[in-house]
Design a protein around this ligand. Structure first.
Ligand code: NCD
Length: 327
């Protein structure tokens, strides 16, 4: 593994499988009465969030705490950033505090890359979503969820057919998923109105379709994406009703999926827009499970970037509890 996780493309197939396998071990810890491991005791993880987040921020915090790291949560709102402080000065402050890892979400694409390659900090940088660019840990938790569900899947996702639907243009989730799923051998089809596809998408390692109905029957998983109004400065489709009619997933469309297929959504969902409440609340929808899996994936990522050679999980929870008491 590289020192930083900025892009899903930073992961080789072996790296990605190592993260997924390690996350399986971490998931077993979550089922124990005591959900904590001593692995990152004495290490400091800073969550640096310049953009709103519910799931991702809480997930990284829970992951770091379950590994016994010290966690510092920084959100731009209410900090010196609103007084005009630069990313550099914020980074130098974090370095002075001795951050071993910085988890960063930023509204500007490329901010995590800048932080990782600037020399301002010595620790590992993990991209928790930058602008419309990438969100590699989301792609990892999505792959983890797919690997668990799709029967006959081995350690990778070779030959699995994944359809990603919606606002691809503004979606860092879509970009990271296309890259990682390609690394893991899956076949990805993107479905969106032409106005919501980025320039150069024809060079991405995937197929493009404008017809959702045509691809559903041959999908093992369909991932619905939110229409990101906060990033839109123009009208990308005529009306919400028109969008939902052509690109939304409702019960009738869901019935066209093969029996084993799952419906995914990274959240937050716009019920009634890209997904109906009926689909969102159906047992085939893995949205809540994806959130749960996110903690295991982020534990695995933090462990692999910071943990060194010691095994992540050793023995049952009772052993750890006793060890902690004795120290
Ligand atoms: C996504 C994000 O922030 O990129 N959500 C997430 O991390 N779970 C997708 C979105 O905002 O629609």
């Amino acid at each position: 593994m590289k020192r930083h996780l900025i892009s899903a493309a930073d992961l080789t197939r072996d790296d990605a499988i190592l993260v997924l396998d390690t996350a399986e071990e971490m998931a077993r810890v979550a089922d124990r009465p005591i959900k904590k491991l001593p692995t990152l005791r004495g290490r400091t993880v800073v969550n640096l969030f310049f953009e709103d987040s519910t799931r991702t921020r809480i997930s990284f915090e829970a992951a770091a705490k379950r590994l016994s790291a010290d966690v510092i949560n920084f959100s731009a709102k209410g900090s010196s950033v609103s007084k005009g402080e630069s990313l550099k000065d914020t980074a130098l402050t974090l370095e002075a505090m001795g951050a071993d890892a910085v988890v960063i979400r930023h509204h500007t694409s490329g901010a995590p890359h800048r932080l990782a390659n600037s020399g301002w900090i010595n620790g590992s940088v993990v991209n928790a979503g930058d602008g419309t660019h990438e969100h590699p840990t989301q792609a990892l938790l999505d792959a983890f969820t797919m690997r668990r569900h799709l029967s006959g899947t081995g350690r990778d996702l070779a030959g699995r057919r994944i359809t990603v639907v919606g606002d691809i243009l503004h979606s860092r989730v879509a970009r990271s998923n296309v890259l990682l799923l390609n690394t893991l051998g899956a076949e990805v089809t993107l479905v969106a109105p032409p106005t919501l596809l980025p320039i150069g998408v024809e060079n991405w390692p995937c197929e493009i379709s404008y017809d959702l109905n045509a691809v559903l029957a041959k999908s093992d998983a369909v991932m619905m994406l939110r229409v990101q109004r906060e990033r839109m400065n123009a009208a990308f489709f005529p009306t919400e009703r028109e969008y939902a009619r052509r690109y939304g997933l409702d019960g009738t469309r869901m019935a066209c999926l093969p029996e084993h297929a799952i419906v995914m959504h990274p959240g937050p969902m716009n019920r009634g827009m890209e997904i109906t409440a009926e689909v969102a609340d159906s047992p085939r929808c893995t949205a809540v499970e994806q959130v749960k899996n996110g903690v295991s994936i982020r534990m695995a990522v933090l462990y692999l970037l910071l943990g060194g050679a010691a095994p992540a999980v050793t023995g049952p929870a009772v052993t750890h509890a006793r060890t902690e008491e004795n120290q």
